[in-house]
Design a protein around this ligand. Structure first.
Ligand SMILES: [Zn+2]
Length: 382
């Protein structure tokens, strides 16, 4: 990862590269990332910079053997600790560890280092389960710490979504923090430091990623994907500060949830109860996280519809997406926007608490029929 492959964060980049230049890198760092940000790419850059044989004024050389290995995710002294769970993809005994998913990790992160935790869960196919950093990982950590670094320089443990670690792993790590071996660095990445043990927090030096502006995201997308600036700005605007979504959409070229939402609203408008039943079944088959992501996306679509239709605000859009908003937004108005948002927030609350998702979605669908027709009535009278 090169310095300019990460948008913005000039101050953070300057601070971490200076630590390396001055040989003052602490043995436990905590990188507090923003939701949908670039904390993983920043950690990858820092790791590569630390190990580079030919640093170039705050950037990696990209060519030395250390850089090549880091860029291929094959450096023997860099260990990735990731949230995982049992999956059909790997044979698992009780000591499941990140290395078991090594090939999947290398391939996924090489293709897109701006990946979200949910993207990773989809890749490793753990279905409806949550990932965690557990006992198998502790054993693996202990055996790695017992050995010397292969190449004799730094040894780095990149712990992605460190808040997913269980106490067993946390305690192993703490023990090491108390008696650190030289040149072993723990690089913890998390969006929720408050979920970490306070004993861990107090032993790490903390660095914080800043939120991204639409313009920063747009410039990055424009440069990385050679797109037109207006198109990049449109994408950045829709991503609402979430760099991971913007990158994903630039790769996919469309909002993955809009079609699902559009279909749901079409069925509600037609009062197609059988269709809504099938739609609820299909939605309920997604993982809990995916359902919550859909709700987040649906809330944004509703908000946009309301702003477009009622407040007469211009939002840059094109093609099919623009048609959808033009046709649908009149039905989202003062008669139903508040109730609709509350309805979705309530569904998120139920899904988050493991209420049967089929019942939740069908119930939400029935209520959405009523809300859409309420909106239609007001639109017809105005
Ligand atoms: Zn290098």
């Amino acid at each position: 990862m090169r310095r300019n492959e990460i948008p913005g964060q000039d101050e953070l980049k300057a601070v971490i590269t200076r630590l390396v230049d001055d040989e003052r890198v602490p043995h436990a760092l905590l990188l507090q990332g923003v939701k949908g940000g670039a904390s993983l790419p920043i950690a990858l850059f820092l790791t590569q910079y630390l190990m580079c044989d030919n640093r170039q004024q705050g950037d990696v050389c990209g060519e030395c053997s250390s850089c090549v290995k880091n860029q291929n995710f094959t450096h023997p002294d860099v260990h990735y600790v990731l949230p995982i769970n049992t999956s059909k993809l790997v044979k698992s005994g009780k000591d499941l560890k990140s290395e078991d998913f090594g090939e999947f990790w290398r391939q996924t992160v090489s293709e897109n280092p701006f990946l979200s935790l949910q993207d990773w869960y989809n890749v490793i196919d753990i279905e409806k389960k949550q990932g965690f950093i557990g006992a198998g990982e502790s054993k693996s950590l202990r055996s790695k710490l017992a050995l010397r670094a292969y190449e004799g320089k730094f040894r780095v443990f990149v712990i992605w979504h460190a808040d997913r670690m269980n106490p067993d792993f946390g305690n192993k790590m703490l023990k090491h923090f108390e008696e650190p071996s030289s040149n072993t660095i723990f690089l913890l990445i998390t969006e929720s430091p408050s979920k970490l043990l306070s004993t861990i927090l107090s032993r790490t030096q903390r660095f914080q990623e800043q939120h991204y502006s639409d313009a920063e995201i747009a410039r990055f997308i424009e440069h990385k994907y050679q797109t037109d600036y207006n198109q990049a700005m449109n994408l950045a605007f829709r991503a609402e500060g979430n760099l991971q979504i913007a990158v994903k959409e630039a790769n996919d070229k469309e909002d993955p949830w809009l079609e699902v939402f559009r279909n749901w609203m079409r069925l509600s408008y037609r009062r197609d109860m059988v269709g809504l039943y099938d739609w609820s079944e299909a939605m309920a088959r997604n993982t809990r996280e995916t359902q919550l992501i859909f709700i987040e996306s649906a809330l944004k679509v509703l908000d946009r519809c309301f702003r477009l239709g009622w407040l007469d605000i211009h939002i840059p859009m094109e093609g099919e997406e623009a048609d959808f908003y033009k046709n649908f937004s009149p039905f989202i108005n003062t008669s139903n926007i508040k109730s609709f948002m509350e309805l979705l927030e309530e569904s998120a609350f139920h899904i988050d608490r493991n209420v049967n998702p089929r019942i939740t979605w069908y119930d939400t669908s029935i209520k959405s029929v009523r809300l859409i027709h309420q909106g239609k009535k007001l639109a017809a009278n105005s």
